[in-house]
Ligand binder design. Structure first.
Ligand code: DHB
Ligand code: FE
Length: 289
């Protein structure tokens, strides 16, 4: 059977992708950001997943405001890096895992979560920046990402957006789906977006280190309580785009302890301000079974 070996959480700030693509990662402004991922790159090299289930949000790139799925699962064989206005990022095509994605869709929908099935979709910085942070730069033409990726897009852009509680329950359904797949695959689940950020209006640039870190503490130690955080708290405390953090609760809900198993090990935790106008948060939790 397939199993979830670990969950990875990271911000997906587009300027991080631009810094990598433009060869600026060693500059004094960016060096501390990339330093925070050095351990992670080594860790994932030593414990490579067979598939990554990558929870992110589309930023009005693949889905316009004409059509906004709350939860969308990418079932295609491949996904092109999107052109977000400056041409596509120079990163490899993202290969999917249609068989596992179809199985997860079947299982999760039968488990009463309504998913949108996506058979063609370009993927934006929400998905490609986390891949670059964890795997480094890859040749866009001759290179490849190390494993297939199942994109899972969550609407956190246009209200109403799903609650943290709903996301946490969905993570549990995704774990049941993965653990019922009849092939011995090692799957990682990633949650991306956040942390503090407000991109527009009078509060643009809002950073709340204390709230971000208390939220991280609770995500690790008491995820069910963390999942009860109301929307208004994210927006008030972490800025309007801080709401992206509900996606981390999908990954956390898929961990073994939530279903009565052993607590995960915190392999790595990192927090840094600033990157662009935002805080960067990163966490790796490893399952212990
Ligand atoms: C920015 C955009 C994002 O989608 C995000 O998650 C963080 C920062 C930005 O435009 O700076
Ligand atoms: Fe974002």
């Amino acid at each position: 059977m397939a199993h979830i070996s670990a969950s990875v959480y990271t911000s997906h700030v587009p300027a991080i992708g631009a810094a990598l693509d433009l060869g600026k990662s060693a500059e004094p402004y960016w060096q501390p950001v990339f330093q925070g991922y050095e351990y992670s790159k080594q860790w994932i090299e030593e414990d490579k997943p067979d598939v990554i289930f990558l929870v992110y949000n589309d930023h009005a790139t693949a889905f316009s405001l004409e059509l906004i799925p709350t939860f969308a699962i990418g079932c295609a064989a491949e996904f092109k890096p999107a052109d977000e206005g400056w041409g596509p990022r120079p990163v490899p095509m993202v290969k999917g895992h249609p068989e596992l994605a179809a199985h997860i869709a079947q299982s999760v929908i039968q488990d009463d979560f309504d998913l949108t099935i996506v058979n063609k979709m370009d993927v934006d910085h929400g998905l490609t920046v986390p891949l670059s942070l964890m795997f480094g730069q890859r040749d866009p033409v001759h290179g490849a990402w190390p494993c297939p990726v199942i994109p899972f897009a969550v609407n956190v852009v246009q209200y109403p957006v799903p609650s943290g509680r709903r996301c946490f329950q969905l993570g549990q359904a995704i774990r049941r789906a993965i653990e019922s797949y009849d092939e011995p695959l090692k799957v990682q689940i990633w949650g991306t977006g956040g942390m503090s950020h407000q991109l527009q209006g009078p509060r643009a640039g809002l950073i709340n280190r204390v709230w971000d870190n208390a939220w991280l503490d609770q995500l690790i130690a008491d995820p069910a309580a963390c999942a009860a955080t109301p929307h208004i708290d994210y927006v008030r405390e972490a800025g309007s785009e801080g709401i992206e953090l509900v996606m981390w609760l999908i990954a956390r809900g898929a961990m073994a302890d939530v279903a009565g198993g052993p607590a995960p090990t915190v392999k790595h935790r990192f927090y840094h301000v600033p990157a662009s106008n935002t805080a960067v948060g990163h966490l790796i939790l490893q399952n212990n079974r």
